[in-house]
Design a protein around this ligand. Structure first.
Ligand code: AHR
Length: 613
C-alpha cells in the first residue's frame, strides 16, 4: 500500500497570504453581457450598423398594425463628443391601439425575475412637442406578454435625461426570453442615446455588477484580482489598448473601444469599477499597465517614443493611490472615491515573450520611472529580463491534464533567491465552454504543486474566469464560470478551486513527494488552530487506498472531515445541469496518527484533521 508520510514538525514553506486569486479581462462577454449588470446591448449605438438594413446591432423596430417606425443611427444632434451617435426614431400612423417604437434584445435576452425592480434611463430629444408619453416595457420577444411597464413624459428642447423603475410581479416564472421596448402611440421624431436598463446589483452599487456572478466569485475567497488583462490590456493596436483615462467618470464621456476579442466594449466597467470590485470582495488589486506591446501592430520602442506611456502609467498609479491634492487623486475624488486605494503590485505589460519585442528595454524604462516615484511598489515582469531585477515574474500555462501531471515538480527546485513567481494565467484546456472533470483533475494536481511552493508562488490565478455560454458570445474554449443572461454555474474546476481555497493553512508541511503514480498531494497546516489539510488528487480510474502516517504531533483527533469532488472524466456542469459535479462533505471517525484512507477513482479529496501539539 502506498504510504503518505507527513511530518507536521517540518515546515517546508510559508503559504503566501495572497496565494489564490482571480485574473480577469473582457473576453467571452465577461463584462458586457456578463459581470457588468447593464442589460441593454449597444446602448450608445456605437457598434457598426448591420447591412443591408443598416440597423444598429441589437436594436429592432416595434410596430403594431399600420403604425410604422423608421430607425437610423444619426449624427443630426451630437450627443457628446465621446458618444457622437444617437438613434433617430420616426413613428408614423401610431394611435392608441397601434404602438411604434424600438426594441433591444439585450445580451442574448433580458433576464426577467419576479418582484424585481429594473432601473431604466436614457437621454432623448424630440422634434416639436410630442405631447404624449413614451412607454418603457420589458416584454416577451413577440410583445404578447408584458412583464413590467412605465410611462415617461418627454420635455421639448434639447437632450434631457429620463429615468423610471419597472417592477415585475411576484410569482412570475423567470425567463431570459425577453426584450426591452420604448414605444409611443403618437406620431413623432425622437433621438435617443445611452439607453440603459439595470437590474439590482451587488451591494446595490449604481453602474454595478451582477449579483449571482459576484456571489460565485466571493465564494472562491479570492485574495487578489489581476486586471485589465491579458490581451485586453494590450489591444490589437495602440488606439485599441485599455486606455484607462477614457474609462473614467460619467458614462456620457466614455466612448468605449474595440477589444481584441472581436467585439466592442462599453467600458461601463472601467478603471474605477475594477477597484470597486476589489473593495467589494476584499481583494488586493494587481494592476496591469500598458507597456507598449500591441497584439497586431507591433510595439513601441523603448526611449522617447515610449515615454508618454510611462507617464500614462504614472498617472494611473496616481489616480489609484494619490491623495486628493494630486492631479489624478483629485480626479478620482471627483469620480466619487476620495480615499486612495491600496496598491502593492503593478504588472508591466502582458506576455511580452519574444526577444524581438525589446521587453528588457521597455521594462527598464517603466521600472526606473515607477520605482523612483513609488519605491515600495512591487513590479511584475511578464518575461525574464536582465536589465533590472523584477520583484515578481508572471508565468502562464495553458495545458492538458497529462502535461500538468508530468510537470508537478516544476517549481520544487526553483531558486528562492530570484524573483517571486506569479502564475498569472493557468488552466487545463479540456472542455468547452467550461472544463470537464478531467480538466479539474489536471487543475487540482497543478494546484497541489503550486500550493507546495506557495512561498515562491505568491499569487496564482486561473484564466479565463468568465464565459457567456451563448455560442456567439464565447471566444475561448475552456473557462471557469459559465452563464447566460439569467443563470450561472461553476465548472468542476471552479469547485476544485473553491474547495482548495477553503482548506488552506498558513504553512506547508513535509510530506512524501510522490506517494504513488497518478496521485498528487499537498499538505498544509493552520498554525493557530492545528487544523491539518491533506489534499489528494487521484487522477486514475481506480480507487487508491493510502496509509497516512502523521509524525511531529502529539495526537490526531479521531474526528475529521472529508470533501470530495468526483465523477467521470468527461462529466461537465452546464446551465441545464449546473450541479452535476459538486463536492460532497462527510464526517470521518476513527482517525489517529496512522490510518488508511481510500481515495475514489478520478477524485479530488481534501481531508481536514485536527492535530495537537
Ligand atoms: O486568457 C486568455 C488569453 O490568454 C489572455 O488574454 C492572454 O494573456 C493569454 O494569451
Amino acid at each position: 500500500m502506498p504510504v503518505l508520510h507527513i511530518d507536521v514538525g517540518h515546515i517546508t514553506a510559508r503559504v503566501s497570504p495572497l496565494h489564490a486569486g482571480l485574473m480577469t479581462e473582457e473576453i467571452n462577454h465577461a463584462y458586457d453581457g456578463g459581470l457588468y449588470a447593464e442589460l441593454v446591448a449597444n446602448r450608445a449605438f456605437l457598434e457598426q450598423p448591420v447591412p443591408p438594413s443598416q440597423l444598429p446591432p441589437h436594436w429592432s423596430v416595434v410596430s403594431t398594425g399600420a403604425a410604422t417606425a423608421g430607425l437610423a443611427v444619426d449624427l443630426g444632434y451630437i450627443f457628446t463628443p465621446e458618444l457622437l451617435m444617437s438613434l433617430r426614431l420616426e413613428t408614423r400612423d401610431a394611435t392608441e391601439s397601434r404602438r411604434a417604437g424600438i426594441a433591444n434584445d439585450g445580451f442574448w435576452g433580458i433576464p426577467v425575475r419576479p418582484a424585481t425592480t429594473y432601473h431604466a434611463s436614457f437621454f432623448a430629444r424630440i422634434s416639436g412637442d410630442h405631447g404624449g408619453p413614451l412607454t418603457l416595457s420589458i416584454e416577451s420577444p413577440d410583445g404578447a406578454t408584458i412583464y413590467a411597464l412605465a410611462d415617461i413624459m418627454l420635455r421639448p428642447g434639447t437632450w434631457h435625461r429620463y429615468e423610471a423603475d419597472l417592477i415585475t410581479a411576484a410569482g412570475l416564472k423567470p425567463t431570459a426570453q425577453a426584450r426591452f421596448v420604448i414605444s409611443t402611440v403618437k406620431p413623432g421624431t425622437f433621438w435617443f442615446s445611452l439607453v440603459s436598463l439595470f437590474p439590482p446589483t451587488w451591494k446595490d452599487r449604481a453602474n454595478g455588477n451582477r449579483p449571482d456572478l459576484m456571489q460565485k466569485l466571493a465564494d472562491l475567497h479570492p485574495a487578489f484580482l489581476r486586471f485589465p488583462g491579458g490581451n485586453y490590456l494590450e489591444g490589437d493596436s495602440v488606439s485599441e489598448r485599455f486606455d484607462w483615462k477614457k474609462t473614467l467618470g460619467d458614462l456620457r464621456t466614455r466612448p468605449g473601444h474595440m477589444g481584441p476579442w472581436g467585439y466592442r466594449s462599453s467600458d461601463g466597467l472601467g478603471l474605477l469599477e475594477f477597484f470597486h470590485w476589489c473593495e467589494d470582495l476584499n481583494m488586493e488589486p494587481v494592476l496591469g499597465v500598458f507597456a507598449g506591446l500591441t497584439l497586431k501592430s507591433g510595439y513601441i520602442k523603448p526611449g522617447p517614443d515610449l515615454q508618454p506611456y510611462v507617464q500614462d502609467a504614472l498617472d494611473e498609479i496616481e489616480y489609484v493611490t494619490g491623495d486628493v491634492t494630486t492631479t489624478w487623486g483629485a480626479r478620482r475624488a471627483r469620480d466619487g472615491h476620495p480615499a486612495p486605494f491600496r496598491l502593492t503590485y503593478v504588472e508591466i505589460g502582458n506576455e511580452d515573450w519574444k526577444d524581438g519585442w525589446e521587453y528588457d528595454g521597455r521594462f527598464a524604462q517603466f521600472y526606473d520611472a515607477i520605482k523612483a516615484r513609488y519605491p515600495s511598489l512591487q513590479l511584475i515582469a511578464t518575461h525574464p529580463v536582465t536589465s533590472r531585477t523584477p520583484d515578481v515574474l508572471d508565468d502562464h500555462y495553458y495545458r492538458h491534464a497529462a502535461e500538468f501531471y508530468a510537470d508537478v515538480h516544476h517549481y520544487d527546485r526553483t531558486d528562492r533567491k530570484g524573483p517571486k513567481i506569479f502564475v498569472g494565467e493557468w488552466a487545463t484546456m479540456e472542455g468547452s465552454p467550461t472544463p470537464t472533470l478531467n480538466a479539474a483533475l489536471g487543475d487540482a494536481a497543478w494546484m497541489t504543486a503550486m500550493e507546495r511552493n506557495s512561498d515562491l508562488i505568491i499569487m496564482q490565478a486561473y484564466a479565463p474566469l468568465l464565459v457567456n455560454v451563448n455560442p456567439k458570445a464565447a471566444q475561448w474554449p475552456t473557462n471557469l464560470i459559465g452563464y447566460d443572461a439569467l443563470t450561472s454555474y461553476g465548472s468542476p474546476s471552479y469547485h476544485a478551486q473553491k474547495v482548495f481555497n477553503a482548506h488552506r493553512g498558513d504553512v506547508v508541511v513535509a510530506a512524501t513527494p510522490d506517494v504513488a503514480p497518478g496521485l498528487f498531494t499537498s499538505v498544509t497546516r493552520a498554525t493557530r488552530t492545528g487544523a491539518l489539510y491533506l489534499k489528494v488528487v487521484n487522477s486514475l480510474g481506480v480507487p487508491r487506498t493510502v496509509r497516512i502516517e502523521i509524525a511531529g504531533t502529539k495526537s490526531v483527533a479521531s474526528a475529521g472531515q472529508q470533501t470530495v469532488l468526483t465523477g467521470q472524466p468527461s462529466d461537465v456542469n452546464s446551465l441545464p445541469e449546473p450541479e452535476k459535479i459538486i463536492p460532497t462533505e462527510t464526517n470521518l471517525t476513527g482517525l489517529s496518527q496512522t490510518f488508511d484512507h481510500t481515495f475514489p477513482a478520478y477524485s479530488i479529496t481534501v481531508l481536514q484533521l485536527q492535530t495537537q501539539g
